[in-house]
Design a binder for this molecule. Sequence first.
Ligand code: BGC
Length: 361
Amino acid sequence: MSIRNVLMVVSLVLSVLIGLVVHTNSTSNTATASTSTKEKGSGKLLIGFSMDTLKEARWQVDRDSFVKRAKELGADVEVQSANSNDTQQMKDVNTLLTSGVQVLVIAAHDGKAMAKAVGLANKAGVPVIAYDRLIYDSNLDMYMSFDNEKVGELQAQYLVDHLPGGKGSIVCIYGSPADNNAKLFKKGQDKVLAPLIKRGDIKIVRADWAEDWKPENAKRIADAAITSGKFDAVLASNDGTAGGAIQALTEAKLSNVLVTGQDSELAACQRIARGAQSMSIYKPIKTLAAVAAECAVKMATGKPIVAKDVTNNGKIDVPSILENVDIVTKDNIPQTIVKTGFHSYDEVYGDLPANQRPPKP
Ligand code: BGC
């Protein structure tokens, strides 16, 4: 048995004795949660959800699905949104801890800065779930997200498959440099593109990070690329940045440029339906949010949680649940988006002339 395993078993035994939080059993790759050290009265469960932003449609869906599931399980949720500001997010976490939340769920604006917030929660005996974005170098209890490297792979592979002869020049718009996910998307994209760049088939004509994932920052990157010369595709890391890039392309009257995205936001699905955006990624965020709410309630009540994956955050191996992702294109929107109830047929196709709409699935 390795030293780490011995420590884990010891901490598991200790947790049973003194009622600590989540521990990884690395041999069976499962995680078990014991009760939070917060005083448990007979009152209602209270979960704190500290969010980076609610400005993108995606995060409103996360919030609503999380709160709905928590309510069904008898828990109240206090939600704070930091408007992409680290100081504000620290304040929000303090407010939530002061409110007496029994579990803290954090969608971090900055994966490094929020390690402090996890430390505060640790001191208060409140378990922490990193929601969708990993928080580095901290004693997290759980991490829940998607297969983010695969997102990047699917985006880049789409371009390679749709550029004539698999050749062309690409503008890369990465996400927020403070978001671990943005790095994972890039890692997946690089994995696909690196051999083709080496072979000379693909040329990256501009690559930059869109601070805070803002569409206006993505637009600036696309504007600069348009000014510098021609390109065939924009590898935008999400739908928000794709929207910014498409605005720049539209203003410059450029068509036939492939543009990727991610999140399957309604606006992006509408753009895909009318041919302005090439693809997006469907991530079952309603499921992720619901499962996160279930895990939070389990943590608050000391019930075991099974987490199939483990992610190292620079300090510990964090028990993780990582959901799968799918590609979304014009052809499969009816199946992936409409049939799953993510957006309705009328929402996606309502603005299109009847003869341009696909049959209802
Ligand atoms: C998420 C994306 C989202 C982006 C901007 C990332 O961490 O994985 O789904 O589009 O943040 O909010």
